[in-house]
Design a protein around this ligand. Structure first.
Ligand code: SF4
Length: 685
């Protein structure tokens, strides 16, 4: 028997914990602590502990599949490539769209972006950041000039006040929750605002349940109190920011008084006052948020409002402060960095910027050029175009994403995907989306490849291969390269290793210029921006100046606006959705992990006992949840953990899929859907 330990990075959340995969006779059989990681110091949450269990699941895809007469038939790689190449070549550039993946490596996101813009010459590439943090990318870029988490995870432990808004950190980013606890042990006050009394709420010094969708009102109110009491950082505002008077004009309105915002949000005025005082007077204060902030039709406003609060209190460019946007998926930051977005190449170089466009066209060397220098469609817009404008988009290549469970209004999504003429899905399991494909390509999982990912704190970390992929499955970069070669572009895709792809990407990406595998192959790795090989990386952004050309941060005067759909006589409750500790997103991996699935085998809807009593609903009773998009039968969980008038569903479970119910109303800038608030009714069945 041979046994070895291979240090790698967790495939679940954006924290970026490292652990060892235990490999026995060539097969991954367990995990073990990797204590040298400065991120998690050898500790992991349950998902990390059992991250080996799905790797050798009997459900893994092992051969290419081609659909014939409505049924999948096993095929050779050559048969699959020939069919895909022949079909893809038959489409005009913008009839093709691609979805990259926050689950695969930087190298593979870069390569699918190059394939889409170079081989297919299409403008349309996006990925699931559209569903989670598109508003962060747009909002923080507008305020600071850079759309990413400003500080680092370890830094949170140094904060004297931590305000967590719209993030169940202790369940969704448990090893970041650990840093919050370290801050608390060091004397920090913890403020938590969320419609649910979660595991995070239990650790807070001040818990503020609020009506989903009132974030800007809450933040404006806190800023009003801070200004009224003279707790703002006058020197920081004067020297490092613009448009403060415009902000002040809005936040000082009577609309945002303690009493009025208490009515809007449901938070007692006294709690709002305490939160403003603790935050405004702390020597350093960190703000943590996640999708409770971003997944709204006002997602960008919400994000900019958090930026306003941190500029007002001077909590940027310093330890223990920051706007800490906790990214969801392990590599959602990296997929954005790699230009798997419809408006940018790598490192947020704009597609419409002619010099950036020329730079990539020259670097890639496609003899017939690349896509036009125009923005493409976001994934949410792609779905609307497919249903509303038949024939405009005809073919799609989806790598490692599952929109048939992750996107809002699933009936609409199914209709959209079924409108395609030709769909290729590349994944590790036959997902709900893969079931609708014409061709399915079997891919390697995180344990079967070398590569890099970029965590929520902009730390670029290594994945290391621990076992071979099952059957004939291949790593994604190899599949994309072989397909590109079949389509006549072997010279542009000559790669023999992930490292070669990384080096090509780093050469055209200023924030990654100074990185290479040698420098990354150590526990602490590197945070971007890292512009030169002798640069140490940047754990804290905006020290001394912001990333805008003039170095200034920009305040945004923002009025509170209600969600697109609010309760009424017919649909009298607010529905909000989220995740649980034991599962990850569409459950593709965690529901194939026996231990995790055993802990939480199915979904539920949370109802406050007063609402349940009025409706005659008992705990565990099967009920029907109905919105204007559809209905779902789901067990009731009657609990005081959810505030009266609000209901909550986790979105992991296909048998009671919350996203049948959610609203695909979009933020006008980020095009992110409003998962966090829609109107719902429930009925006994
Ligand atoms: Fe993995 Fe996130 Fe858990 Fe760390 S906190 S082990 S990265 S799921």
């Amino acid at each position: 028997m041979t046994l070895k330990y291979v240090a790698t990075t967790c495939p679940y959340c954006g924290t970026g914990c490292s652990f060892n995969l235990v490999v026995q006779d060539g097969k991954v059989v367990g995990t073990a602590p990797y204590r040298r990681s400065p991120v998690n110091e050898g500790k992991v949450c349950p998902k990390g502990t059992y991250a080996h269990e799905f790797v050798n699941s009997p459900d893994r895809l092992t051969k290419p599949l081609i659909k014939k007469d409505g049924k999948f038939v096993e095929a050779t790689w050559d048969e699959a490539y020939d069919l895909i190449a022949q079909k893809f070549k038959s489409y005009k550039p913008d009839e093709f769209a691609a979805l990259a993946s926050a689950r695969v490596s930087n190298e593979e996101n870069y390569l699918l972006m190059k394939f889409t813009r170079g081989v297919m010459k299409s403008r349309h590439i996006d990925h699931c950041a559209r569903l989670c943090h598109a508003s962060t990318v747009a909002g923080l870029a507008a305020s600071f000039g850079s759309g990413a988490m400003t500080n680092s995870i370890g830094d949170i432990a140094e904060s004297k006040c931590v305000f967590i808004l719209g993030s169940n950190t202790f369940e969704q980013h448990p090893l970041i929750g650990r840093r919050v606890m370290q801050a608390k042990k060091n004397g920090a006050k913890i403020i938590y605002a969320d419609p649910r009394y979660t595991a995070t709420a239990k650790q807070a010094d001040l818990y503020m349940p609020f009506v989903s969708g009132s974030d800007v009102a809450i933040l404006n109110c806190m800023m009003q109190e801070i200004i009224k009491n003279g707790w703002e950082d006058k020197e920081f505002i004067a020297n490092r920011t613009k448009d403060y008077e415009k902000l002040k004009e809005v936040v000082m309105k009577d609309t945002y008084s303690l009493e009025n915002v208490s009515k809007i949000s449901g938070i007692p005025a006294e709690s709002l006052k305490t939160a403003a005082e603790w935050f405004g007077t702390a020597e350093s204060a960190a703000l943590l948020y996640s999708m409770g902030i971003t997944q709204h039709t006002v997602g960008v406003d919400n994000v900019r409002s958090t930026a306003n609060l941190q500029m007002l209190t001077g909590n940027l460019g310093k330890r223990g402060g920051g706007v800490n946007a906790l990214r969801g998926q392990n590599n959602v930051q990296g997929a954005c960095d790699m230009g798997a977005l419809p408006v940018v190449f790598t490192g947020y170089q704009k597609v419409i910027d002619e010099s950036a466009h020329k730079k990539f066209a020259d670097a890639w060397g496609f003899p017939d050029g690349i896509c036009e220098p125009k923005n493409g469609y976001e994934v949410t817009v792609m779905m609307d175009v497919l249903t509303d404008n038949p024939g405009e988009l005809k073919a799609m290549y989806i790598m490692g994403e599952n929109p048939m469970l992750s996107d809002p209004d699933l009936t609409h999504v199914k209709h959209a995907i079924e409108s395609l003429e030709f769909l290729v899905v590349q994944d590790i399991f036959l997902t709900e989306t893969a079931e609708l494909a014409d061709v399915v390509l079997p891919a390697a999982c995180y344990a079967e490849r070398d590569g890099t990912q970029t965590s929520t704190e902009r730390r670029v970390q290594m994945w290391r291969k621990a076992q071979d992929p099952p059957g004939e499955a291949k790593v994604d970069w190899q599949i994309i390269s072989e397909l590109a070669a079949k389509m006549g572009y072997a010279d542009q895709f000559p790669y023999q290793s992930a490292e070669e792809i990384f080096d090509e990407m780093a050469a055209v990406t200023p924030s990654y210029h100074g990185m290479n595998y040698e420098r990354l192959n150590r526990p602490e790795a590197l945070h971007w921006p890292c512009p030169a090989v002798d640069h140490p990386g940047t754990p804290i952004l905006h020290i001394g100046k912001f990333s805008h050309p003039d170095g200034m941060g920009v305040f945004a005067p923002l009025e509170w606006k209600p969600p697109a759909e609010v309760p009424d006589a017919e649909y009298p409750f607010v529905l909000t959705t989220g995740r649980v500790l034991w599962h990850w997103h569409t459950g593709t991996m965690t529901r194939r992990s026996a231990t995790l699935d055993h802990e939480v085998p199915t979904g539920w809807i949370e109802i406050n006992p007063e609402d349940a009593q009025a409706l005659g609903i008992k705990d565990k009773e099967m009920i029907r949840a109905i919105t204007r998009r559809g209905s779902v039968d789901v067990p009731a969980r009657v609990t005081r953990d959810i505030m009266k008038g609000v209901m909550f569903m986790p979105f992991h479970f296909k048998e009671c899929a919350a996203n049948v119910l959610t609203n695909n109303a979009l933020d006008p800038v980020a095009k992110i859907p409003e998962f966090k608030a829609c109107a719902v009714k429930v009925e006994k069945i």
